[in-house]
Design a protein around this ligand. Structure first.
Ligand SMILES: Cc1cc2nc3c(=O)[nH]c(=O)nc-3n(C[C@H](O)[C@H](O)[C@H](O)COP(=O)(O)OP(=O)(O)OC[C@H]3O[C@@H](n4cnc5c(N)ncnc54)[C@H](O)[C@@H]3O)c2cc1C
Length: 563
């Protein structure tokens, strides 16, 4: 092919949170990548600010959670003011109920401005020599059986570059190019009558300890969300029957709307660093991939910011996809594994869309009511997100053809299992397809302690062998079977005992489950050999009791789903 650069890279289109999460996961897996973005400079908007607990867990596996915590802040309580007047506090509440942190669920929601979050990822990517190529976008994407040819336009350069890639991940946002390139439909609706205008602003005259809200039910809500730096806020005007585009043309218009509707002339809004608008969309694609080209994040699903799910779901997409691309790229897994990206994520995305659309209806479309008491109650109810599923800890893939539980699927058919994709099975024991819980207090022979979440890595399968003494050599057989499997080079194995540090087994690390957190979280007893395979994305791939069970999992990954 004339003038076509042959590369052995994966191309990531779009350097928002979804593209960056895919990029860092692939880089940590040792896969050569290029990541491009059509923007000519990095944005400065706070938009996706809430990182929910499951996302914080993914961040921990990727090694970026600590940065997110130190550059972010916990969710502040919400404070709502009476209108007209705008100064009298009529309600004060927490957006989410406090999460009861437990040894198996150690992370809570953190808020970090999206541009800072993206900067963290870019810093970590630079350690792998990866830098976002700004001002670069695809003009065409064509694929054949062996690769993908992409014509790339560079800002200010007349001639396009043409390059071959092994795979392409399109994470180019709601209005991106890749969706059209693979012929995916974007089904759903755009709320044409509704609008949102958001700005990053410095504010004087109001506390940074609260998320401030002024609302006229059925008309508008003005939301003032504090950032980490005192005096800096992300401020939104959300509602109906106003022109969000017009408000976004000029900070003065934004300020006029704010003052006219809150009455808070005592507050000074200054130094706008971002000012954007959008029409709420509730849409998702009918397919997440075509051949070697995949869609992650907003390009595949857009929803209202109610519930703060967009960024979190996009990162969840990327984390589900990237390890699969890495294994297939390395020839360690069957290309059919890639199809399970769609099988696993589509039901989750559909539920996220349904839940966020319901929350949005509560926010903007409640009937107006002259009674102030009713109006306050209604206004606060949309903003009290009491649906625990929003934390995304219950997301699971129990119906996936590549997970295997030796105990069966409890008589549920695929449709019933998918109905629980997002809200899960609270209170029930974990099974294959579920989130792998954390367990602290694991002591090795030197007495030093660690936790599963400090061991899980996005480039490793982790085998947990719960091995009571009486199972004898069966532990060694399991370790050997894992080592000799097609995934042997990317497996780390832990042998866990409740009563002390187990005898050393070659190729495995031995831990005393001192407090029994691991045994409890995984619901295993102290007499039976139990083997749990945790995938690189932190989900349980297999829950088995012997070498045959383990082989059944490897067969699914290595040769494609067993039907
Ligand atoms: C006001 C507001 C508040 C929000 N709050 C939350 C929240 O609290 N929690 C949450 O989870 N989500 C929230 N969201 C949603 C969140 O911002 C998005 O879901 C998130 O940005 C999606 O990330 P992404 O990487 O998929 O897409 P984007 O962030 O849109 O990134 C796409 C990237 O691709 C680039 N691009 C576009 N087209 C091309 C092209 N043709 N070629 C190359 N590059 C291209 C863009 O420049 C951009 O950098 C909020 C959104 C808004 C607007």
């Amino acid at each position: 092919m004339a003038n076509t650069t042959q590369t052995s890279s994966v191309l990531i289109i779009g350097a928002g949170p979804s593209g960056l999460a895919a990029a860092l996961t692939l880089a940590q897996n040792g896969i050569p990548i290029r990541i491009i973005d059509k923007a000519t400079e990095f944005h400065k908007s706070s938009r996706g600010g809430g990182l929910h607990p499951r996302t914080m867990e993914f961040y921990r596996f990727l090694g970026v959670a600590q940065d997110a915590k130190s550059l972010g802040r916990p969710l502040p309580p919400v404070q709502m003011y009476k209108l007209p007047g705008g100064t009298e506090v009529v309600a004060n509440w927490k957006l989410f109920e406090d999460m009861h942190l437990t040894p198996d669920r150690p992370e809570e929601t953190t808020t970090v401005s999206q541009y800072i979050n993206e900067g963290i990822f870019r810093d970590h990517l630079s350690k792998y020599g990866v830098h976002v190529e700004l001002g670069t976008e695809p003009a065409s994407i064509e694929q054949d059986a062996s690769g993908v040819t992409v014509s790339l336009k560079h800002a200010g350069v007349d001639e396009a570059e043409t390059a071959r890639f092994v795979y392409v991940i399109g994470a180019d946002g709601a209005r991106g190019f890749t969706r059209k390139a693979i012929g995916a439909k974007f089904e759903g609706e755009t709320k044409e009558a509704d609008g949102q205008t958001w700005a990053d602003i410095e504010v004087e005259g109001i506390s940074s300890d609260f998320w401030h809200v002024w609302t006229e039910t059925g008309k508008f809500s003005i939301l003032m969300r504090p950032k980490k730096e005192p005096g800096k806020f992300h401020v939104g005007i959300v509602g109906q029957d106003f022109d969000p585009a017009d408000l976004a043309t000029d900070p003065t218009k934004f300020c006029e709307f704010f003052y006219a509707n809150t009455g808070r002339k005592d507050i000074l809004l200054k130094n706008f660093t971002s000012l954007t608008y959008w029409k709420p969309k509730m849409r998702m694609v009918n397919k997440l991939y075509d051949g070697r080209v995949f869609l992650c994040g907003d390009i595949a699903h857009v929803h209202s910011p109610t519930g703060g799910q967009g960024l979190n779901t996009g990162v969840g997409d990327s984390f589900n996809l990237a390890w699969k691309v890495a294994l297939v790229y390395k020839g360690l897994a069957s290309p059919e594994l890639l199809a399970t990206y769609q099988t696993e994520r589509m039901p989750v995305i559909a539920h996220v869309l349904a839940v966020t659309s319901n929350l949005y209806t509560g926010l903007v479309h409640r009937q107006q009511d002259d009674s102030p008491a009713r109006s306050t109650k209604e206004a606060t109810s949309f903003f009290k997100w009491r649906n625990n599923a929003l934390r995304q800890l219950e997301v699971n893939y129990r119906w996936s053809p590549v997970v295997f539980d030796a105990r069966g699927i409890l008589g549920m058919d695929e449709q019933t299992l998918q109905a629980h994709a997002y809200e899960g099975y609270p209170g029930e024991s974990v099974r294959a397809g579920d989130r792998a819980p954390d367990a602290p207090g694991l002591a090795d022979a030197t007495g030093s302690e660690t936790s599963l979440f400090d061991i899980f890595k996005p480039y490793k399968h982790t085998l947990l062998i719960f091995a009571p003494e009486q199972v004898g050599s069966r532990t060694e057989e399991v370790v050997a079977a894992a080592r000799n499997s097609p995934l042997g080079s990317v497996i780390q194995t832990l042998v866990l005992d409740r009563h002390g540090v187990p005898a050393a087994v070659e190729g495995a690390s031995a831990y005393h489950d001192k407090e029994g957190h691991a045994h409890k979280a995984y619901g295993v007893d102290e007499e039976t050999l139990s083997v749990v395979v945790v995938r690189p994305d932190g989900y349980i791939g297999a829950f088995v009791n012997d070498v045959d069970g383990l082989q059944a999992y490897f067969t699914r990954i290595a040769r494609g789903p067993v039907v």
